[in-house]
Design a binder for this molecule. Structure first.
Ligand SMILES: Nc1ncnc2c1ncn2[C@@H]1O[C@H](COP(=O)(O)OP(=O)(O)OP(=O)(O)O)[C@@H](O)[C@H]1O
Length: 274
């Protein structure tokens, strides 16, 4: 067996950047009554990676997101983020700690403008909150101005700057997905969890989504992605983990995972795999 210290020294000597774990899902089991959605799943996402979570429908992918973001407390196991335990934390604490997500079914404030939707995301980081807003405290006004500027920058960043005053529900579908990403980025996350961001997009939209995901990573954030579009996953991911019936059946680079017989079997065996 290789000595980890030797491995680290060898990597350093070779000039290979060392993998720094950011999100550690450590033997997590999540049970809902008789349904085991995750069974001793162990996944580590390193800082600066684009990491994809794939698997047939019902494999447990969204459950991973829900366990990481404090929606569910795991039945057993731990979740650590930047070395700190986050399983069992409240959702807002996880967000403040640097974890943001988007949802499979878009969740926007449909009657608010694009800009306002992003400003709501930025609010998660404000110190004055609702009390400051009601009392109209000076620093609340300053924060709101800052929030507005940040929201504009983020709308530009995701490519829908010219849509800032459009009502969310009137945006084309692909732009709504971009808006959700901008809103998640407004919390200034270290890691962004994207749940099926390409769902419902046409090929051109998928192409530019890939560019956006790379741009998010290049801006210094880590990306954890659930996606059914295998072309997209295999193109942009540094590493891929495959879940099947709540268990991790493979993990590695796209090239390695694609050749794995258990992965091929899981996908060929699933009637609705895409
Ligand atoms: N709150 C819950 N209560 C009961 N069962 C649940 C709950 N959440 C998830 N499950 C079950 O856990 C299993 C995994 O679901 P999950 O949504 O994580 O899968 P998924 O891989 O994200 O699927 P899809 O690709 O279809 O979104 C499924 O059998 C699902 O029915």
């Amino acid at each position: 067996m290789t000595n980890p210290t030797e491995t680290t020294a060898a990597a350093a000597a070779a000039g290979t950047p060392l993998a720094e774990p950011l999100l550690e899902i450590d033997n997590v089991t999540m049970q809902f009554g008789g349904v085991v959605a995750l069974k001793e799943a162990a996944i580590t996402v390193n800082t600066g990676e684009i990491f994809a979570l794939i698997g047939p429908n019902g494999a447990g992918k969204t459950t991973v997101f829900n366990v990481v973001t404090g929606v569910y407390r795991p039945t057993s196991g731990q979740v650590r983020f930047a070395g700190r335990r986050i399983d069992g934390m409240k959702r807002f604490q996880v967000t403040k700690g640097g974890v943001a997500r988007t949802f499979q079914n878009i969740r926007l404030f449909h009657n608010m403008s694009a800009l306002e939707n992003v400003m709501v995301g930025a609010d998660a980081h404000h110190r004055t909150g609702a009390v400051g807003a009601v009392l109209n405290l000076p620093w609340h006004r300053r924060e709101e101005r800052g929030g507005r500027e940040l929201a504009r920058e983020l709308l530009d960043f995701v490519g829908i700057g010219r849509r800032s005053s459009d009502t969310a529900k009137n945006l084309p579908y692909g732009d709504q997905r971009r808006l959700e990403i901008a809103r998640a980025l407004a919390t200034d996350p270290k890691i962004l969890l994207l749940d099926e961001p390409a769902a419902g997009m046409n090929p051109a939209e998928k192409e530019s989504l890939q560019d956006l995901i790379r741009k998010i990573r290049d801006s210094g954030r880590t990306v954890l992605l659930i996606e059914h579009d295998m072309g997209l996953v295999m193109h942009i991911s540094d590493r891929v983990a495959v879940l099947d019936f709540g268990q991790l059946i493979a993990e590695g680079t796209p090239a390695v995972v694609q050749r794995n017989p258990a992965v091929i079997e899981a996908y060929l065996g699933a009637s609705d795999a895409s």
